[in-house]
Design a protein around this ligand. Structure first.
Ligand SMILES: NC(=O)c1ccc[n+]([C@@H]2O[C@H](COP(=O)([O-])OP(=O)(O)OC[C@H]3O[C@@H](n4cnc5c(N)ncnc54)[C@H](OP(=O)(O)O)[C@@H]3O)[C@@H](O)[C@H]2O)c1
Length: 236
């Protein structure tokens, strides 16, 4: 897809990977609808992007009525959408399932999985109207493996993988290409927001958000007859 003058919705754009992707897409000339809960963080991201249309939509993806309202506003503001990047997500601090708070279980599932499904359902009709369109869902290496202590997070990331694989088949023959990314550790604050701790030297080996953002741009920039359906990214 030629990226210049296209429009992308990026969820999780206030921080970490989503922020880095938004900054990079802006440099490629992509107009941006940025979603996350923290308005002030979205404003900071918006300020750093020049030369394209950027609108911010403070919204909790766990809240379906907020999501519906947000997509309505995006349609009013942009008229067309070519790209949906589902990046918003939260970590579940590693522990056996019987020790995980009920509230954490619900939050992780409704953010990482239910919210992603709802927004995708709302945006697909818009994408289908475009001659070229793409959905990229950020799962995780946890969506292809079985890491101990990550039961609920894994349930959501395997769920995202299943959803991604099925909608790719459902949308085959339309203009919408669907892809999943399964990456290992990235140096963001996602883990520390839950008080997660790492053995010395582990976090230091993780990828930078810009490494992964570069991969997303590469995927989106492929010519129309090619699509990278799935990418697994690990660090050395
Ligand atoms: N970091 C890693 O090692 C790693 C590895 C594999 C996969 N991933 C996945 O990559 C994605 C991005 O993670 P990250 O590392 O960039 O995390 P991050 O730095 O914590 O950023 C998460 C983003 O999601 C947004 N978000 C969280 N809950 C939300 C909600 N309910 N509604 C709307 N937005 C919400 C946050 O914004 P607000 O707080 O402002 O709402 C923030 O913009 C996640 O799906 C994560 O599971 C990360």
């Amino acid at each position: 897809m030629i990226l210049k003058n296209r429009t992308a919705i990026v969820t999780g754009a206030s921080d970490g990977l989503g922020k880095e992707v938004a900054l990079k897409l802006g440099k490629e000339g992509v107009n941006l609808a940025l979603i996350a809960r923290r308005k002030e963080k979205l404003e900071e991201v918006k300020k750093q992007i020049k030369g394209v249309k950027v609108e911010i939509y403070p919204c909790d993806v766990k809240n379906l009525s907020q999501l519906k309202e947000t997509i309505k506003k995006i349609i009013d503001d942009f008229k067309t959408v070519n790209i949906l990047l589902n990046i918003a997500g939260i970590w579940q601090k590693k522990m056996p399932v019987e020790e995980i708070d009920e509230e954490v279980i619900n939050d992780v599932i409704t953010t990482n999985l239910t919210g992603l499904i709802h927004i995708t359902k709302l945006v697909i009709p818009l994408l289908k109207k475009q001659p070229e369109a793409a959905i990229i869902n950020i799962s995780s290496m946890t969506g292809v493996k079985f890491p101990p202590g990550q039961s609920v997070y894994a349930a959501t990331k395997w769920g995202v993988r299943g959803f991604t694989e099925v909608i790719r088949e459902d949308l085959r023959g339309t203009s919408v290409k669907v892809s999943g990314i399964y990456q290992a550790g990235v140096k963001t604050n996602m883990f520390f927001k839950t008080g997660e701790k790492f053995t010395e030297g582990v976090y230091e080996k993780f990828m930078e958000p810009k490494d992964l953002a570069g991969i997303i741009i590469f995927m989106l920039s492929q010519p129309p007859h090619i699509w990278l359906e799935e990418i697994r990214v690990n660090y050395k």
